[in-house]
Design a protein around this ligand. Structure first.
Ligand code: FAD
Length: 469
């Protein structure tokens, strides 16, 4: 008896219920299908950085499993075809929660079942599924704190060990990994990323161990400091399912049950919360949660958008973040909030343009976390930061990068500026600039907008939508 295990966002061997169930019944045919978004109708397709990660993660999974069948196309067609070709009697997968995935999977499930094929799906990528937790009055949570209070005392399933034995079905290899064309063409903007990241299950486990040893102590306070190593950088591994949140949960609760450990789990729970929101409000990624924001007078400025994307706004902490993103596929959470606020409030550019750029450039791009994050900053989301709370990029830089190490690393042309002027180079006297080798407008841009005026314009925009209510 052969069971097809369809891998998606669960690119791991341990704590993989679909794989384990299948392995216990007989031969397994592991498959990954790369969707073509132009045909599958996915409105939020994989971005370039995610595709880079996926390539390496699939390579690692192929190695860990022994073999992995790779296909391209619409899984609604590819999987039934594979069933016919191989005579498989069952198809198993671990559940995804994005609206496109839910629609695709339920179509496929009905089709396979109608043809007498056994279909089973499993919980593998969240602590609690969106339908496993509800408010006391019976609806979905819209506010994080009560969500976390309810989640933290629940029993979280223990992670599963890898299958004891795995007998692979005989299958003809279709596409080679290279045929999926996931790596950048033309300029290789991901050059050197192999040194920064180790996609795959082994890399995820090593990253987690390293965080437990070197980063967890102090996480509660230092997680806000982009110049410190006190974050896990597990987000791409979690997104692609190379490690599961319940593996994190039990390891922390069983050996690192400290305040820092609890804080870390509460952040992992934000991820569950984002999925909870997306599941119950499937338009989270494309529409304002708070509809009054539909009337916000966004400014459509391609040149300002480009300056932001390239890290050329003239505000050093914003530029440092955008350059870290471009050069590494990652940005620190505090800085994500600062750059997102700058785009939405200082430049008054629609948050969806920011979501799109992040989706293309982040290795951890994740529909739920990304759209929840952007709507949180915009003030248009559930449990969002109020719109009128506008981050000041100069004081944020001072507060969260007090020695300037982060800005100096990513904006090296300002490295010689004294700390006093590092976040406000445009306020530095000309002799200070000269000594530091900075020529404003030439080696480093003048501010794209004036902070006080931009702040006022953002508030005026907000007033105008309040009047629409
Ligand atoms: P750690 O601090 O070590 O946290 C551990 C894990 O908890 C993370 O890997 C992540 O899975 C989860 N987590 C932590 N903070 C959050 C949060 N605020 N919301 C949801 N989950 C969280 N995260 C993504 O994974 N993908 C995205 O596309 C994404 N886009 C974002 C966009 C904006 C505008 C903002 C403000 C935040 C976004 N985040 C996103 C959330 C957060 O910035 C990242 O999860 C975090 O920076 C990843 O680094 P880490 O793994 O070192 O986090």
């Amino acid at each position: 008896m052969t069971t097809i295990v369809w891998f998606r966002q669960d690119l791991r061997v341990s704590d993989n219920p679909a794989l384990q169930e299948a392995a216990g019944r007989g031969k397994v045919l592991p498959v990954y299908v790369l969707e073509d978004p132009t045909k599958s109708g996915d409105t939020h397709p994989l971005g370039g950085a995610s595709r880079w990660w996926l390539h390496h993660s699939l390579a690692a999974l192929q190695k860990d499993l022994g073999r992995l069948l790779l296909m391209r196309g619409d899984p609604r067609m590819a999987i039934p075809q594979l069933v016919k070709q191989t005579g498989a009697t069952a198809v198993f997968w671990n559940r995804c929660y994005e609206p496109h995935a839910i629609e695709r999977d339920s179509d496929l499930k009905s089709d396979l079942k109608a043809n007498g094929i056994e279909v089973r799906s499993f919980k593998a990528s969240l602590l609690l599924e969106p339908f496993e937790i509800e408010t006391k009055t019976g609806g979905p949570y819209k506010v994080y704190s009560p969500f976390w209070r309810a989640l933290k005392d629940k029993t979280i399933d223990p992670p599963l060990a890898p299958p004891k034995a795995l007998e692979l079905a005989d299958f003809k290899t279709e596409d080679q990994l290279e045929d999926l064309e996931l790596l950048p063409h033309g300029p290789n903007w991901a050059e050197g990323w192999e040194k920064l990241w180790q996609p795959g299950e082994q890399g995820a486990l090593e990253q987690f161990e390293s965080f437990l040893t070197n980063g967890l102590e102090g996480y509660g306070t230092l997680r806000n400091r982009p110049d410190k190593p006190n974050i896990s950088r597990l987000s791409p591994h979690l997104h692609f399912g190379e490690i599961s949140p319940r593996q994190l949960w039990h390891r922390i609760r069983d050996g690192h049950d400290t305040q820092d450990g609890e804080k870390f789990l509460s952040e992992v729970a934000w991820r569950d919360f984002s999925y909870h929101l997306l599941y119950h409000f499937p338009k989270l990624a494309s529409e304002n949660w708070k509809q009054d924001f539909d009337a916000y007078p966004w400014v459509d400025s391609e040149s300002n958008l480009k300056a932001w994307q390239r890290g050329q706004t003239g505000y050093p902490i914003v530029d440092a973040g955008m350059r870290e993103l471009w050069q590494t596929g990652y940005m620190h959470n505090r800085v994500r909030m600062i750059v997102a606020s700058f785009l939405i409030k200082h430049l008054r550019i629609d948050w969806r343009r920011g979501e799109e750029w992040f989706r293309d450039t982040l290795v951890d791009a994740d529909l739920a976390n990304n759209s929840a994050g952007w709507q949180w900053v915009a003030g248009s989301g559930a449990d969002a930061s109020p719109y009128f709370r506008i981050f000041n990029p100069m004081t944020q830089g001072e507060k969260f990068d007090p020695d300037g190490d982060y800005v100096r690393k990513w904006v090296p042309e300002l490295a010689e500026l004294p700390q006093e002027y590092l976040n406000v180079p445009f306020k530095a006297p000309s002799d200070v600039l000269r000594k530091a080798g900075v020529q404003l407008g030439q080696t480093y841009p003048k501010p794209l907008v004036d902070h006080a005026k931009a702040r006022q314009a953002a508030l005026d925009g907000y007033e105008s939508i309040k009047q629409h209510k």
